[in-house]
Ligand binder design. Structure first.
Ligand SMILES: C[S@@+](CC[C@H](N)C(=O)[O-])C[C@H]1O[C@@H](n2cnc3c(N)ncnc32)[C@H](O)[C@@H]1O
Length: 247
């Protein structure tokens, strides 16, 4: 692999797409196992921070298998509209398949697209959400400024991202879990298959957090991207941050 700068390296865009194409069929199951069932709680917290959204037009960037978009669809109700955008068609295929089993007030529209060049006019959405995508993009500031651009003024972006606990004991447990348990769980699924000569899919999950800005550093990037307010809430002893930014 070429040199890591932050969590960026040459060829990352293609590598990330190939990783998610490979793991799409078992992505949801692994998320539940790895987050020890916490992921739905984090998503509920995101919507608590989004405030009332009935009737809203919502964009979920890096929607993957659509979990956050489906939660949004239930909350916006039949008068709202939710779009889930992702760069990996295989992840969206899983989202579409799952949607067929759900009873939603209105279907989510899934769109193949790039977070770095959102195919929408300025000020199109009442809420932008994104979960665990930013570590995967090749230009974090550009992704943030695209999210801000498509938001209506006065409206919010609510983002969930992995982080590292600050407390020393929590950090010890976290390092053990991310450094040993996750790679072991990952091996059971990805069989250690090295993708694009870079690394196995679930090694990327741990590696992508290294050098990835979180907490105050991410808040600074949100403000630099032009959001007028930004703050974060730590969950699960600091393993996940929910960022709320206002345009
Ligand atoms: C860790 S998954 C998160 C999926 C989903 N948000 C969730 O909560 O489970 C990251 C997703 O970001 C997508 N992604 C990565 N880079 C992207 C980009 N430049 N534009 C859009 N989606 C991207 C990947 O295809 C993948 O589906």
């Amino acid at each position: 692999m070429s040199e890591l700068k932050g969590n960026q390296f040459e060829g990352k865009g293609d590598y990330v797409k190939d990783v998610f194409s490979d793991i799409a069929p078992y992505y949801d199951r692994m998320n539940d196992v790895m987050s020890i069932g916490m992921i739905k709680r984090w998503h509920r917290f995101m919507f608590k921070k989004a405030g009332p959204i009935e009737g809203f037009e919502v964009l979920d960037v890096g929607t993957g298998t659509g979990e956050i978009a489906f939660m949004s669809a239930r909350k916006v109700g039949p008068g709202g509209k939710v779009t889930g955008l992702d760069i990996t068609p295989g992840m969206l295929a899983m989202a579409e398949r799952k949607m067929g089993t759900l009873d939603l007030p209105r279907e989510v529209e899934f769109v193949v697209g790039d977070a770095l060049d959102l195919p929408y006019e300025d000020s199109s959405f009442d809420l932008v959400t994104s979960g665990y995508m930013l570590r995967n993009v090749t230009d974090i500031p550009l992704a943030l400024s695209e999210m801000r651009r498509v938001l209506k003024p006065g409206h919010r972006a609510v983002l969930a991202e992995l982080a590292k606990p600050k407390n020393r004991i929590a950090l010890w447990g976290y390092n053990l879990y991310m450094g040993k348990v996750i790679p072991w769980l990952g091996r059971r699924r990805d069989k250690g298959k090295v993708i694009d000569g870079v690394m196995p899919a679930y090694d990327w999950l741990t590696s992508s957090i290294e050098g990835f800005p979180h907490g105050d550093d991410m808040v600074e990037l949100l403000l630099e991207a032009g959001f007028s307010e930004a703050r974060y809430h730590s969950r699960s002893l600091g393993a996940v941050n929910i960022y709320v930014a206002v345009k």
